[in-house]
Write a protein that binds this ligand. Structure first.
Ligand SMILES: [Zn+2]
Ligand SMILES: [Zn+2]
Length: 174
């Protein structure tokens, strides 16, 4: 199926009752552009049944891609795999169609399956907002006194606001 690492079906050579194609495309066909958080590892993997039904080339199966992601909570790298288990695509075929290139549709299916906020594990505890400690590896002392320091700045702001409000309110209180 592959020509120069892309996913190309040779329509004339396709078996009458369809064929399964399994393999991996060339590296970096996924091409995520400038993404700093997701990097493809190797090519896109596919297991696709391709059949010609009338004037339609029907492609069904599974596509997957290994990735290195940056965890959106703890900022550590981790390796994962995204899978689209129900890839379906059809292509109009006419008498002059020799080859059909599936690469772009497979690429889109994988991009749609990418996590918006990758996490290394559902139980990842992330970084402390105050001191930056990775809470998966170590505890920090920021929250020990029963007060959440993230709100400390907000508390000061609130106190100031309350003070200025009561100042303004005073003349009316006669
Ligand atoms: Zn994490
Ligand atoms: Zn901390």
């Amino acid at each position: 199926m592959e020509t120069q690492g892309r996913l190309i079906v040779d329509v004339a050579r396709l078996a009458k009752d369809g064929e399964w194609f399994r393999g991996e495309t060339a590296d970096n066909l996924l091409d995520l552009g400038e993404s700093e958080f997701v990097t493809p590892e190797g090519g896109m993997c596919y297991a696709l049944k391709v059949e010609l039904i009338g004037s339609e080339l029907l492609v069904r199966g599974e596509v997957r891609q290994r990735l290195t992601c940056v965890c959106s909570r703890c900022a550590e790298n981790f390796v994962t795999e995204v899978v689209e288990p129900e890839f379906v695509q059809s292509y109009e075929i006419n008498a002059t169609t020799d080859f059909v290139d599936l690469t772009e549709e497979v690429r889109e299916a994988i991009i749609l399956a990418l996590p918006g906020y990758p996490v290394c594990s559902e139980s990842c505890r992330g970084l402390c907002m105050t001191c930056g400690t990775n809470l998966n590896n170590a505890a920090c002392r920021c929250h020990e006194e029963g007060k959440d320091h993230r709100w400390a700045a907000l508390d000061v702001l609130k106190t100031d606001l309350d003070a200025s409000r009561s100042k303004r309110a005073r003349p009316r209180e006669k």
